[in-house]
Design a protein around this ligand. Sequence first.
Ligand SMILES: [Zn+2]
Length: 118
Amino acid sequence: MLREFLRGAAQVHVLHHAAEGDVYGAWMAGELRRHGYEISPGTLYPMLHRMEETGLLVSRGEVAEGRTRRLYAATDAGRSQLALVRAAVAELADEVLPAGERPKRRRREPTRAEGGKA
Ligand SMILES: [Zn+2]
């Protein structure tokens, strides 16, 4: 069950960042690692492809330093899903977390300009 939950949570994480701006696989892998997810490229890339197939993300190729990398951004459908997921996460946290452990304020994440993007 934990495995299944974390798999869904990783997708939510991807969607969250893809709604803020373009993300690419290697950056996303590092970001997930920073949050304690051990996710292999063999899991992450198929996940990104599936999320594009199901219309949550849209991708485009970009050539950087002679290599093509795929940038992903959230679609409108992805943003709608994210809004629903946020409500579900808040509801779940409110129910299952002990009162003292409920998040009161959203923790700020470093922006890419501050070196968040590898
Ligand atoms: Zn993050």
